[in-house]
Design a protein around this ligand. Structure first.
Ligand code: HEM
Length: 129
């Protein structure tokens, strides 16, 4: 069954958290795991606990195999609408800018006192020695 991809909001998925209708949000993608509950090697309980919610973190915490990751595709029913997406480990481009900005900040934050220290030392020696 090749269903077409739909866009969902986090709000509308919240109620889909039962054995009869269970969805998971993993890395901004939406999976209908209703038929997978009993097949999941990790058990249905962990899936039901996260059903209707974002399970990206617990999913990654288990470090699922590549087999598990390709199995997921079978259950994908759509994605989150643009405004409900979050940055996950899969796409980190905005963090790159942040980290770079932070790095630059750190760099100048120790460089300035260092230069002041050197200048003070030279001035002291020039004036008093
Ligand atoms: C569509 C989503 C998921 C699929 C297709 C999936 C698939 C699998 C598969 C194939 C395994 C066997 C081990 C492996 O191949 O890595 C597994 C194990 C496991 N999964 Fe999932 N899983 C999904 C979501 C989740 C989520 C959301 C959680 C946690 C909330 C979870 C928790 C676990 C645990 C605890 C194990 C057992 C690990 C072990 O026995 O060492 N899984 N899963």
């Amino acid at each position: 069954m090749e269903g077409e991809m739909k866009l969902f909001t986090r709000e509308e998925l919240k109620s889909r958290s039962t054995r009869a209708d269970a969805v998971l949000i993993i890395h901004n993608e939406v999976y209908d795991v209703t038929k997978f509950l009993l097949e999941h090697p990790g058990g249905e309980e962990v899936l039901l606990e996260k059903a209707g919610q974002d399970a990206s973190e617990p999913f990654e915490d288990v470090s699922h195999s590549s087999d598990a990751r390709s199995l997921m595709k079978k259950y994908k029913i759509g994605e989150l609408v643009e405004s409900d997406r979050v940055q996950t480990r899969a796409g980190f481009s905005p963090q790159w800018t942040n980290e770079q900005a932070q790095e630059q900040g750190n760099w100048s934050s120790w460089l300035t006192p260092l230069l002041l220290g050197v200048a003070a030392t030279l001035l002291y020696r020039y004036l008093f020695v």
